[in-house]
Design a protein around this ligand. Structure first.
Ligand code: ZN
Length: 453
């Protein structure tokens, strides 16, 4: 893999919505907890080996040039491009390609109002491993119903774009374009002809990527829980500054180990109604979305770990299971909550049932209580398992937690009327804690996290 050496920062924004905080400065120079945003972006890139930065400027370009000169261009090859034409994000980038100076095969494209702490090495490695034409950094957010969403295929490539507003009642996965891209330079070059046409103004998300997709391009969706936020309004700027002060920003990179809460699905997030094979069977348990939301706010990763032997038994296929999980994300999203990743085991060890899929009938290392899915999550998301938790309602969940080495909380299996709370019999495998439901489990977790600080 050739290293990523060059970045384009779209720094032409006026920042009208942020005017009250700018004191006449252009938006990229907005002060974010004492440091101009542009400086934060450039130093972040530099820390990952970026050698050349192309700033696409327009509004108050003189001030940006002056600032970079004062900083000796941060010790990088840095140039400013302003051709005076309003071109949109896609148009401006394509028009500026002749100004790229490195031999970097891939280019990182960043928006000038983004505060980020993304592990760029990990992002670029994923892009290169996939052989993608372009990779988009995606993440779930707290308001998917009014966001532009994207849908991935089974292999993680972009299948569809769902711009806001969505059709009434439409359910999509909670994946939002965070506006950070790695694109092959040769692919960008192949779209340069667009700048000669009409209209001249076009946008990456609305025009360039849909066109790439239409032409059969491989657009990879790199899903990351890392810190990336636009700070384009006073409210967002305040919230970003609060994140810097609280340490949420500094800790929000996959360069550093993350704390997670592994969540069983049925009986913890949604009602356990036996095997779920279609979305209409999935109903959230009362309070579970709010509990997940509290984990999201606390900066703990919410990772679902679920056994889905319905696949091995042939009762449901992968596509149907995806619609079930889309429903789960959709219902959580309506309450401002999201899960960072979901892992399922499709296997089952017992053979000899009508309709079963022989290739999935096997003893595997992922079916709980085996810890395979937890270990896979730990690798994918750099999770510190020993400082993480597992919340489940069955013995297999608690055993899985023990096998993986994280702390465990057993929740009520079912609330029966006469006998009160019923916990699963876990025999000689005892959970670290017991809680009535996910909300009570999250109380325990957040209390302990506070104590640990
Ligand atoms: Zn498995």
């Amino acid at each position: 893999m050739k290293p990523l050496k060059e970045t384009i920062i779209l720094a032409g924004g006026k920042g009208t919505r942020l005017a009250s905080r700018l004191n006449g400065l252009p938006k990229p120079l907005v002060n974010v907890a004492g440091v101009p945003l542009l400086e934060r972006q450039i130093l972040h890139c530099k820390s990952f080996g970026i050698e050349s930065v192309l700033l696409l400027v327009n509004h108050r370009a003189d001030r940006i040039a002056e600032f970079c000169a004062q900083k000796d261009n941060f010790g990088l090859r840095l140039s400013l491009v302003d051709d005076g034409e309003p071109r949109g994000t896609g148009g401006a980038t394509l028009a500026a390609l002749p100004y790229l100076v490195s031999d970097s095969q891939d280019v990182l494209i960043m928006y000038g109002d983004t505060l980020l702490n993304i592990d760029l090495e990990r992002f670029h490695a994923a892009h290169a491993a996939r052989g993608a034409d372009a990779s988009l950094l995606l993440h779930p957010n707290t308001h998917p119903q009014d966001s532009d969403l994207v849908e991935l295929d089974e292999s993680g490539y972009l299948a569809k774009l769902h711009p806001y507003p969505h059709p009434e009642g439409a359910e999509y996965p909670n994946l939002v374009n965070a506006a950070l891209y790695i694109v092959k330079r040769s692919v960008l070059e192949s779209f340069r002809y667009l700048t000669g046409g009409s209209p001249k103004v076009f946008d990456f998300a609305k025009d360039v990527f849909p066109l790439m997709l239409k032409k059969g391009g491989k657009l990879y969706g790199y899903v990351s829980p890392e810190y990336i936020k636009d700070v384009g309004t006073p409210e967002r700027l305040d919230s970003a500054e609060a994140d810097i002060l609280s340490g949420r920003f500094a800790g929000g990179t996959l360069r550093l180990p993350q704390r997670a809460v592994f969540l069983d699905r049925d009986g913890v997030l949604n009602e356990d109604v036996g095997y779920i094979t279609s979305p209409d069977q999935l109903t959230l348990l009362p309070g579970s979305a709010q509990a997940v939301r509290r984990l999201n706010k606390a900066g703990m990763l919410a990772v679902v770990i679920t056994n889905q032997p319905v696949l091995a038994r042939g009762e449901c296929d992968e596509a149907a299971l995806r619609t079930v999980h889309t429903r789960l994300e959709y219902l959580l999203g309506l309450e401002g909550a999201y899960i960072d990743r979901l892992y399922y085991c499709p296997h089952h060890p017992d053979k000899g049932f009508p309709g079963e899929r022989p290739e999935l009938k096997m003893v595997c290392s992922c079916r709980k209580p085996a810890p395979g899915m937890v270990f896979k999550a730990a690798e994918d998301l750099h999770i510190d398992v020993r400082n993480s938790w597992f919340v489940g309602d069955r013995k297999s969940d608690i055993q899985c937690a023990k096998n993986a080495g994280c702390r465990s909380i057993l929740t009520v299996r079912e609330a029966s009327g006469q006998d009160g709370e019923v916990f699963a019999d876990t025999g000689d495998i005892q959970p670290d804690f017991k809680a009535n439901d996910l909300a009570a489990a999250v109380d325990i977790i957040l209390l302990r996290q506070e104590d640990a600080r």
